[in-house]
Every structure is written in structure tokens, then in C-alpha cells.
Write a protein that binds this ligand. Structure first.
Ligand SMILES: NC(=O)c1ccc[n+]([C@@H]2O[C@H](COP(=O)([O-])OP(=O)(O)OC[C@H]3O[C@@H](n4cnc5c(N)ncnc54)[C@H](O)[C@@H]3O)[C@@H](O)[C@H]2O)c1
Length: 293
């Protein structure tokens, strides 16, 4: 915001508004605000047409994918979301980073159980976890990243300055490339090296997103889907555990449990993060409005 690469007041406009399909130009507004709008639009269109597809271009980093796909699941949709991001990894076999971690998420309701949510970056690990390790002064596991010299590293700063490795080798790279085609090329936003990370604040983000909502009622009664998803979850949960495991989870379940726990016990912030928040609150005159310890 200070560098004027992101507009603090989001003023979106429809570049396309055509029944099941819409394209929102975010005019470099706040990614979270734009993606909430895209989610609502996709759900609305899915309710009318069975499917709603909304692209967003000229957006900014929106945080976690599952916040938005869960919004859709609560509305009775199977929800799919992709986003591209600033360069973090090299194409498989290359040693120049030009492709983002490019996460994607699918969420669906599971009746009385925790919703089913897949939400993952295509790097072996989300970059946020490397920043968190740096803030906590902890080493990262081998296999997460290579340094600028192309050597494996456990130093989070070297990893941030170097190249993060894709999950599942060439397959993570291939999925990240697909996400960039959907989020960047198709929406008319930036792609590959023309997208910039929120940690690089000199240039505008240029990132794009694609949201697809499928109205479950268009496929089968919602109650039937919920029962079938409960059966799906029950069968997974009933699998006997392997050595070293106490429980088998389906995707989204651990995050659901953490959410309940955090809401009860509060969220632990690393000291550095807390110090950053306090400094920014002071600089922006928001100190009195933030309930920071
Ligand atoms: N906006 C951006 O540009 C951006 C970029 C990168 C990451 N992110 C976000 O960072 C977050 C972290 O991503 P990640 O790749 O580290 O996720 P992760 O590796 O923690 O989890 C990936 C998936 O595996 C599932 N899972 C994890 N452990 C499991 C278990 N034991 N059993 C069953 N399922 C299990 C999770 O529910 C999740 O769906 C995501 O929310 C992502 O959207 C955002």
C-alpha cells in the first residue's frame, strides 16, 4: 500500500458478465476483498445455472484458499479455487525461479462432520511455513528448498533467497503450471515471472484467481450428497492405522480441529511477528485499535 502497488480501497469491475461466467478486474485492489466477491458471484451463478465460473485479474495475494472454498461449501456447493503467485520455484530441470507455489483448493460439505477440504501449494511446503521457521529461528527440513548455488539447505533465509522445490518432483511443477494457465493466462492477469510476491513490494502483484462453484443440488439432492460424503468419511476413518499413527484423517479434518482449538485457546504468534504487528500499528496510528498483548 505504501509503495502504491496495491489500492487500499478495492474498486472491482466486471470485464465479463455472461450468465455462468464472469471475469472481475480487481484494479490492484485487496486480494481478500476481491476473492470474497468472486466466491459470492460464483455461488450465485451456480445456483442459477448449475455451475458458476468467476475469474479475477489484477488482484493481490488473498491468504489461504480454504477460507473461500469453505464459504462455497457452506452454501451447498463443491467449490474449486486456484491462484497464481510470485516466482518461487523453477520449472522441473531448470534453475531459475519463474513459477509460483500456485495453490488450489476444493471444498465440499460432509453432513454433520468437518467439511472436506483439499488446500495445498504445489511446492513441497508453502512459503509461509519457511517464513514462519525464519521468524521462529528454526531450521527447515532437507528437501524443502535448494540455495542459490543449487545445494540442498536447512536455512530458511537461504531457502527464501534460493529456490523452493515442487511437491512430488515433476508432478508438483506440472500442477503449478496448470494453475498458472487457469489463474493467469485464462483470466487475462499476469503469469509466470510477471506475477510478484507480496514480499517483493516494488511492483504490483498482477496475480489472478479462478473460482468454480458446482451447485450440488444440480447433481443430486443436497441431503443425499451429505449422506454419501459421511459414508465416504466413515470408510476413510475406519481404516486401521499404520505404525506411528494414532488416527487416519480425511483432508480438511486437521485444520477443522485446529480451528476449534484456536478459537478456544487463542493463536500463538511468534515474537517477531508480534513485534512487526506492533511496529506497524504504531507507524499507522492503529495502536489503540489493535488488541495486542
Ligand atoms: N495465496 C497464495 O499465494 C498462497 C501460496 C501458497 C500457499 N498458500 C496457502 O498456504 C496454506 C498451506 O498450504 P500447504 O501446501 O502447506 O498445506 P498442507 O501441506 O498443510 O496441507 C495440504 C493438504 O493436505 C491435507 N492434510 C494434511 N495432513 C493430512 C493428514 N494427516 N491426513 C489427511 N489430510 C491431510 C490438508 O487438509 C490439506 O488439504 C494453504 O492454505 C494455501 O492456500 C497460499
Amino acid at each position: 500500500v505504501r509503495n502504491k502497488v496495491m489500492n487500499p480501497v478495492t474498486k472491482p469491475a466486471f470485464a465479463v458478465d455472461a450468465g455462468a461466467v464472469a471475469l472481475i478486474d480487481g484494479h490492484d485492489g485487496v486480494g481478500h476483498v476481491l476473492t470474497v466477491l468472486a466466491t459470492k458471484e460464483a455461488v450465485k451463478r451456480a445456483k442459477a445455472h448449475g455451475i458458476g465460473v468467476v475469474g479475477v485479474r489484477n488482484s493481490n495475494h488473498f491468504g489461504t484458499c480454504m477460507y473461500y472454498t469453505l464459504m462455497g461449501a457452506r452454501e451447498g456447493c463443491v467449490m474449486f479455487l486456484t491462484t497464481n503467485g510470485g516466482p518461487a520455484m523453477a520449472p522441473w530441470g531448470g534453475r531459475k525461479k519463474i513459477i509460483g507455489t500456485n495453490p488450489w483448493s476444493v471444498a465440499a460439505p460432509v453432513g454433520k462432520r468437518a467439511p472436506f477440504v483439499v488446500d495445498m501449494a504445489n511446492t513441497g511446503v508453502a512459503r509461509g511455513k519457511i517464513y514462519l521457521a525464519r521468524n521462529k529461528h528454526l531450521p527447515i527440513p532437507l528437501g524443502w528448498a535448494i540455495n542459490n548455488a543449487g545445494e540442498p539447505t536447512t536455512d530458511p533465509q537461504e531457502a527464501i533467497d534460493g529456490i523452493i522445490l515442487p511437491m512430488a518432483e515433476h508432478k508438483g511443477y506440472a500442477i503449478a503450471a496448470m494453475v498458472d494457465v487457469l489463474s493467469g493466462v485464462l483470466t487475462g492477469s499476469g503469469f509466470l515471472s510477471s506475477v510478484h510476491s507480496p514480499y517483493k513490494t516494488a511492483e504490483k502483484s498482477n496475480c489472478g484467481h479462478l473460482m468454480i462453484a458446482l451447485n450440488i443440488e444440480a447433481f443430486q439432492p443436497l441431503a443425499q450428497f451429505n449422506t454419501r460424503m459421511e459414508e465416504f468419511a466413515d470408510e476413510i476413518k475406519a481404516v486401521p492405522t499404520a505404525k506411528g499413527f494414532d488416527e487416519v484423517f480425511y483432508p480438511g479434518e486437521i485444520e477443522f480441529n485446529n480451528n476449534l482449538k484456536n478459537r478456544k485457546e487463542g493463536i500463538q504468534l511468534p515474537e517477531d511477528t508480534l513485534a512487526d504487528l506492533k511496529r506497524i500499528a504504531k507507524e499507522t496510528g492503529l495502536e489503540s485499535k489493535l488488541p495486542l498483548p
